[in-house]
Design a protein around this ligand. Structure first.
Ligand code: HEC
Ligand code: HEC
Ligand code: HEC
Ligand code: HEC
Ligand code: HEC
Length: 403
């Protein structure tokens, strides 16, 4: 569906978009493109530069800066600022960009800072070849690349705004020449551009390293819930995921059962169910969830009975799989262990659910700190990245069972 609030304002640019479409060899005009066709244009790789803003735009309307959008779209701006999408150019990627060349670096930027204007700024900062010689124009500004996955990366092409079908009819003569509405914004394929590797993308043990869209498509949620309905409820720009304890608790149901066996032995059973993630839990190899069971007696140090890990573990180079214990959407797994119960006094068993949202990066960063040759600035950035990554750890739940 295409919704044009102010056809008048947008018409000259629509013509421009159609021309661009013709130039890139697409058959259909964007007046009513299907979702696939829309997204093929919207997420071209690499994205073409916006070009000069229309002469009718004020400096505020022309600006690609998120804080400019935020002067009018205050809610989305506040939410986005607290979301990981506004941190996609943090220290975790910054130290790596310094070591990668332009070609490799731009591959990362496709998802971490996708606009041509952002790539040009990174090229300038890194001193890469083909970096623009002059400072960016005012509508770009100096900090656009550091701000990561900005509003304009998802919503602005050739200075035209694109968004979902409006919930209330917008007023005549809206700023920035109105907008073009597309149902693509409510489709999981919109997110797949960055949350799904293509078929020929990198694999581990035959499995695509990033496969969230396909996992969702194969789940019972496909056709009922989208990425947006779970991660942007009420169109909120928060995108909470495994870094958020509440979101994790929505996904993972854990039960602890204690059963007496023969001759003083007991059995614990831990039932873990992916009851709420619309894809594997976790979806890829970075996070790990530890289920740690311990035996407690008054006045004694707790004794670890067992540790199960939910996750997909690879070595640092991602060349060898150690294990894959992710829970597909809806799947359940039972872990059981037997132990000899203390003969005297009270005791109980405790189960703790420890979450490390960036476990793979913590290991990879630590290794790089000692093994990889890099500049002093890169090393300092890496140290901050290590702190940031380990600070994301949390305990999501503790359960107790008594005989
Ligand atoms: C001067 C104020 C102003 C600025 C600056 C502004 N917008 Fe808007 N924008 C509006 C208004 C008003 C509408 C119409 C919304 C309505 O009436 O529902 C709108 C509509 C939109 C829509 C369509 C919403 C929908 O329902 O699909 C999107 C997307 C959007 N703007 C994105 C942006 C982005 C991204 C920026 C910054 C690059 C930006 N806007 C800057 C005022 C502004
Ligand atoms: C296809 C899109 C895509 C590409 C290409 C990509 N990333 Fe990412 N990256 C992601 C997504 C999605 C996440 C977050 C996943 C999650 O939290 O589950 C992420 C997370 C990260 C993180 C952890 C978060 C942080 O900011 O510390 C780092 C570091 C990172 N990527 C570095 C890189 C580097 C370096 C490259 C290039 C070699 C790269 N990425 C290429 C999509 C991509
Ligand atoms: C990762 C991509 C992405 C980024 C970044 C992003 N948005 Fe959105 N935005 C969307 C999607 C997708 C929707 C539609 C969600 C839906 O319909 O469920 C949307 C919806 C909107 C709407 C319509 C809201 C409504 O209530 O109808 C506005 C306005 C908007 N975004 C503005 C912004 C602004 C401003 C920023 C930056 C502060 C921003 N967006 C950042 C993807 C993005
Ligand atoms: C039924 C609701 C639901 C749907 C549909 C859904 N998610 Fe999630 N997602 C969650 C929950 C809950 C979590 C937190 C637990 C977890 O990490 O899996 C999560 C976590 C994530 C994470 C965090 C990283 C990780 O390793 O798990 C990413 C990235 C993500 N989702 C992206 C997506 C994308 C992209 C789609 C669409 C293809 C999608 N999600 C569809 C509920 C959903
Ligand atoms: C242009 C690339 C891009 C697009 C499009 C995109 N994302 Fe992301 N997303 C990322 C990157 C990169 C990260 C990693 C942020 C970080 O950790 O630094 C991320 C992180 C996330 C997370 C946080 C997961 C966590 O670890 O807690 C969720 C949830 C998520 N995205 C959902 C979505 C949804 C839903 C959509 C579609 C509306 C979407 N994303 C579209 C690139 C993208």
């Amino acid at each position: 569906m295409t919704f044009i609030p102010s056809l008048h304002a947008i018409l000259p640019r629509l013509v421009m978009v159609i021309l661009a479409a013709a130039l890139t060899g697409c058959q259909r005009a964007p007046s009513a493109p299907d979702v696939d066709t829309f997204l093929k244009h919207h997420w071209q790789d690499p994205l073409p530069a916006q070009g000069d803003p229309p002469g009718t735009f004020s400096a505020l309307e022309a600006s690609l800066a998120p804080e400019a959008c935020g002067t009018c779209h205050a809610d989305q701006y506040e939410q986005w600022r607290s979301a990981l999408h506004s941190h996609t150019m943090g220290p975790g990627i910054a130290w790596q960009l310094e070591l990668l060349g332009q070609e490799e670096g731009n591959k990362c930027l496709r998802c971490h800072a996708p606009l041509a204007e952002q790539k040009a700024l990174v090229a300038r900062a890194q001193g890469w070849p083909n970096a623009p010689a002059s400072a960016p124009p005012a509508y770009v500004g100096e900090t656009l690349a550091d701000q990561g996955l900005i509003c304009a990366a998802c919503h602005v092409r050739q200075h035209t705004r694109y968004g979902p079908p409006p919930r209330t009819p917008p007023a005549e003569g809206a700023p920035h020449g109105g907008f073009i509405a597309s149902e693509a914004f409510q489709d999981s394929r919109f997110c797949a551009h960055c949350h799904q590797f293509p078929e020929d993308g990198p694999r581990l043990a035959g499995k695509l390293r990033e496969d969230t869209y396909q996992q969702w498509l194969a789940s019972d949620y496909a056709g009922k819930e989208t990425c947006q309905s779970c991660h942007m409820p009420d169109r909120k720009h928060l995108w909470r995921g495994i870094h958020d304890p509440d979101m994790l608790r929505r996904a993972l149901d854990v039960k602890l059962l204690l059963t007496p066996m023969a001759t003083g032995r007991y059995k614990i059973e831990i039932v873990a169910t992916n009851q709420g993630a619309g894809h594997h839990l976790p979806t890829y190899m970075v996070p790990k969830i530890d289920l740690v069971s311990t035996l407690h007696q008054p006045g004694r140090k707790p004794r670890e009975l067992g540790r199960e890990v939910i996750g997909w573990k690879a070595d640092i180079n991602i060349s060898t799989e150690e294990f894959d214990t992710r829970l597909p959407a809806g799947a359940s797994r039972t872990y059981s262990r037997e132990f000899v119960a203390p003969k005297h006094g009270p005791w109980h068993v405790e189960l703790r659910v420890d979450v490390a949202p960036r476990e793979h990066y913590e290991r990879m960063f630590q290794y790089s700190l000692t093994q990889v040759d890099m500049s002093e600035t890169a090393r300092e950035t890496l140290q901050v990245a290590i702190q940031e990554a380990s600070a994301t750890r949390y305990t999501s739940l503790t359960l107790q069972a008594r005989p």
